[in-house]
Design a protein around this ligand. Sequence first.
Ligand code: NAP
Length: 390
Amino acid sequence: MAWVSSETGLREEDSVCSHVADTASNILVLGELLVESKEFMAQKIPVGILGATGLVGQRFIQLLGDHPWFEVAWVAASERSAGQTYAEAARWKLRTPVPERVAKMEVSAAEPAGAPKVIFASLDAGIAKEMEPRFAEAGCAVISNSSAFRMHKDVPLVIPEVNPEHLKLLECQSWRRKSGGFIVTNSNCSVMGLVLALAPLQQQFGLEQVFAVTMQAVSGAGYPGVASLDILGNVIPYIAKEEEKMEEEAPKMLGRLSGSSIDPAPFRISVQCNRVAVEDGHTESVSVKLGTAAEPEQLIEAWQGFSGKPQEMKLPDAPEQPIMYDTAPDRPQPRLDAERGGGMSVSVGRLRPCNLLDWKFTVLSHNTIRGAAGAALLNAELLKAQGYLG
Ligand code: NAP
C-alpha cells in the first residue's frame, strides 16, 4: 500500500511532478496542489514502521500517536501479518490503547515500493541486515534499532545528547550519494543508559575503566520473548551477544569523530548481563575508574547538569533532564523510576566509593523507550532539525 496522509488526504501519486501545467486551469490546479503539498509538508512528515507489530514497533506507534512532526502513514511486518489490519496482526502489549487510525491500517509487506521516505526499523538483526539496505538504496532514511549495522564504519551510532556530530558519517554512505537514502542507528538498550551516565563523567573527569553488571527486563527480549517457566522466580545469567554489544558500542559512541571515521574512546570495559523477572527497565550496577580525582558532589553535579543538542534545540521528545540523580538509598527501581521523563530520562543513584575502582553507582533506563523507540525518535528529530529529512 502506498502512503496517504490522514490530514489532507494527499496521496503519494498526487505528486506535483505528475501534473502538466500547459493551460491556465492546469496552472491553477498545480498551484493548489503546491499549496496543499506545502501545507502537508509543513504539518507532518509521513513515516513508516518496519517491524510495526513487535514490542518496539508498538512503542513507535504509541510515541508517534500525537507527534508534532511525524505521522504514521505505513506499517509493515512479516508475511504472517501482511494484509491484515494492524489491530488484527499486532498482539498489543502496551497500557494505552492502539491509536484508532493505526488500528485500521492495513499491514504492508516489508518492501520499499510504496513506503514513505522516513522509516523507523525494529527488525531482528538477521532480517535487518538484508532489508535495511534495500530501503536505504530506495532513497529512504532508515532509522534503525537493530544491531545489524551499528558497528559498520560508515554508520552513525547516535545518542543525540552524547555524540550528535557522528551524524556526519552519513555523508560517507554510498546509499546517500546514490539515492539520498541512509541508515542511522541507536544503541543496544542496555548500553544506552550506561553511556548516558558515563558521558558527563568522561567529559569532565576522563574515563579509564568501566565495570557493569546488568539486570535486564523481559520486554528487552521482544514478544513472546523468554518463556515464563524460565524466568519466573529466576535469573538467567546469559543474554546472547549482549555483553559483546555493550563492550563495543560504548567506546564507539563515546569515541571521537576523526575525518570520516570514529576513534573509539580508549577506556577498558567489562560487562556481565543477566535477564531478570522485571517487565520494563534495565538496571545496572556500575563501577568506574576516572582519569582525574573527583568528589562525589562533582559527579552528581555532572549528571544533574548534563544536557545536549536535544535540550538546546528543544526537540519534541527531549527530556528536560536526561539524567536524574536520586538521593534515596534504595533507588532507582524499575517499577518506580523507569518512566521518568516519559521514559526518556536515565536515573542514577547509590553513588559511593568502590574498593576496586574509584566509584560505584546504579543506573536505570527504560529499555523500549530510551533504549529503543524513543531513542530512534529522538534521532529522527535531530535528523529533521539538521535538515537530513528533506
Ligand atoms: P519483536 O517483538 O520480536 O518484533 C519483531 C518484529 O519484526 C515484528 O513486527 C515482526 O512481524 C517483524 N518481522 C519478523 N520477521 C520479519 C520479516 N521477515 N519481514 C518483516 N518483518 C518481520 O522484537 P522487538 O523487541 O520489537 O525488537 C525489534 C528489534 O529491536 C530487534 O533487533 C531488537 O534487538 C531491537 N531492540 C529491542 C529492544 C527491546 O527492548 N525490546 C531494545 C533495543 C533494540 P510479525 O509480527 O509479523 O512477526
